[in-house]
Design a protein around this ligand. Structure first.
Ligand SMILES: O=C(O)CCC(=O)C(=O)O
Length: 275
């Protein structure tokens, strides 16, 4: 790890902010509207799920078989959380998909700064759930990507350590044309590729209890440095609706575009009534 920490000193860090509590106004004014990535190191240290979500609890609750990524190149596996924990294969990355079961969803309340107009819409029940739980050993992680519908995300780490490489939005067009040039293959003995990328990412090591905000227009790659368990949710609200609308405009599906436009309108009306 020493090698990596030394190398990261040669990069620009993701902003860290030790404010607590985090209000919606402060978040929107400082990071949300500006689309600035940040690591909140204090505001969420005490989230109850950090202690409640033990291996025993998650094994008893996450019983649905999920498609688990396997870095050993074999076909994807379908495993419950307990199956995943019992698997001898070290390179599995367990990610929930689809709706988190209600029991798990009721274990936490989305922090107010990250309220989501799509998740909260009264127009029709959301078709997809934008919440995921991830668990994986050192070396597993998420390849370089932008988030679903170009929405923004918060990622809360319950256990472990993650390395984040987040590219400022200005590089997105160039990165999109040459994604593989930005894909780092983790090597615990040699992290030099982190500083040899064509465009330089902002970097950050996320520790348990930290919450990272990733704006929807930033490509990012995440590598687990230890066994890690995290909860992540995407959101659409007054800070980023325009980006999401652009995603649907580019997608050429008039039906989806008109649905998201109705959700945006509903979001603004809701905001007005809360004033
Ligand atoms: O924790 C991870 O693997 C990365 C999460 C992430 O980037 C995402 O959900 O978009």
């Amino acid at each position: 790890m020493q090698n990596l920490t030394d190398l990261l000193r040669q990069t620009t860090g993701v902003a860290t902010d030790d404010i607590a509590p985090l209000t919606k106004k402060y978040f929107n004014d400082t990071y949300g509207y500006a689309g600035k990535p940040v690591n909140f190191t204090h505001a969420f240290q005490e989230m109850q799920i950090k202690t409640k979500w033990t291996q025993e609890y998650l094994s008893a609750t996450l019983v649905k078989k999920e498609k688990v990524e396997n870095d050993e190149g074999s076909a994807p596996l379908f495993l419950s959380y307990a199956d995943y924990l019992n698997s001898p294969s070290a390179g599995l990355y367990f990610k929930t998909s689809g709706f988190l079961n209600p029991e798990i969803k009721n274990d936490y309340k989305t922090p107010e700064p990250f309220n989501c107009w799509y998740a909260g819409t009264k127009l029709a029940p959301p078709k997809t759930n934008l919440s995921w739980i991830y668990a994986g050993n050192a070396g597993t992680g998420s390849q370089i990507h932008r988030d679903v519908w170009w929405s923004s995300a918060w990622n809360y780490l319950l256990r472990g350590k993650k390395l984040w490489l987040i590219y400022p939005a200005i590089y997105s067009e160039a990165i999109k044309k040459d994604l593989s040039a930005y894909q780092i293959v983790p090597d615990q003995n040699d992290w030099s590729n982190v500083i040899n990328l064509p465009y330089k990412p902002l970097t950050c090591i996320q520790n348990a209890g930290d919450m990272i905000f990733v704006p929807g227009d930033c490509y990012h790659q995440v590598i687990n440095l230890e066994w890690s368990l995290s909860l992540t949710e995407n959101f659409i609200n007054e800070t980023n609706y325009d980006l999401v609308r652009n995603y649907f405009r580019n997608d050429n599906d008039r039906n989806n575009l008109s649905k998201i436009e109705m959700i945006i309108k509903e979001g603004f009306i809701e905001m007005e009534t809360q004033k």
